[in-house]
Design a protein around this ligand. Structure first.
Ligand code: IMP
Length: 212
């Protein structure tokens, strides 16, 4: 028997990011789960003091559950570069000072160059998405998705967001920045594995906690 708890009815999406909210609502809608957001309820934003993606997702989900009295859903994600010992990792958003991702991608390129890992060398990386659901009684559920790939330079494509233009997922010829959102985030209906880290984590969450 599954130890997982079902997520149903009304929930809180513990984010102030409008883009994430739209994506999360779309993912949850087919399961009859309706969502309000931390932004809409004007809840504060907790400090992300965790040292892992999962810890930061849990901080946000627990804060949301305590403040709203609703089951709360939160995510934390980022890109990890093998040649930089996993950086920027949980600091992915912070590397984009003033949300300038061109500069954050250039920093990855220049730090790899400085380590002797030039543009012709193999540059591996991966995205992680940690999802956490916290209930007001303290129960939590965790899910994590990962996609490995190569880091390309110069950046390619204008779709998506963040570090998408430098990430070439393994087995593919186009970067996330060159893919449609459906190719990147879509959930296959035939039961096969989704591509993006967030979609992969969500597939596991849906299987464990959402009723069809
Ligand atoms: P969070 O809002 O703290 O989870 O920050 C996530 C950071 O990682 C942001 O800077 C994003 O741009 C980056 N990131 C996470 N997922 C993706 C993705 O799918 N594509 C590109 N960048 C991503």
């Amino acid at each position: 028997m599954s130890q997982h708890r079902r997520l149903e009815g009304k929930i809180l999406i513990a984010t102030h990011n409008a883009g994430k909210l739209v994506e999360m609502r779309e993912l949850l809608e087919p399961y009859g789960v309706t969502a309000v957001s931390a932004g809409e309820l004007q809840l504060g934003e907790p400090e992300e003091t965790g040292l892992t993606f999962a810890a930061n997702a849990e901080i946000k989900a627990r804060a949301g559950a305590e403040a709203s009295g609703l089951p709360s859903f939160a995510d934390d994600s980022g890109i990890c570069v093998a040649g930089l010992d996993g950086a920027p990792g949980i600091y992915s958003a912070r590397w984009a000072v003033d949300k300038k991702f061109d500069a954050a991608m250039a920093r990855i390129d220049s730090e790899l160059n400085a380590k002797g890992i030039g543009r012709d060398a193999e540059r591996k990386g991966w995205f992680i998405s940690a999802l956490c659901i916290a209930w007001p009684d303290g129960h939590v559920e965790h899910f994590e998705g990962r996609i490995d790939g190569d880091l390309v330079w110069p950046p390619r494509g204008t779709a998506g967001f963040g570090y998408d233009p430098i990430f070439l997922p393994e087995g593919h010829v186009r970067t996330f920045g060159e893919m449609t959102s459906d190719e990147k985030h879509g959930l296959p209906t035939d039961g096969s594995r989704a591509l993006s880290h967030r979609a992969r984590a969500f597939q596991d969450l849906a299987k464990a906690c959402l009723a069809k």
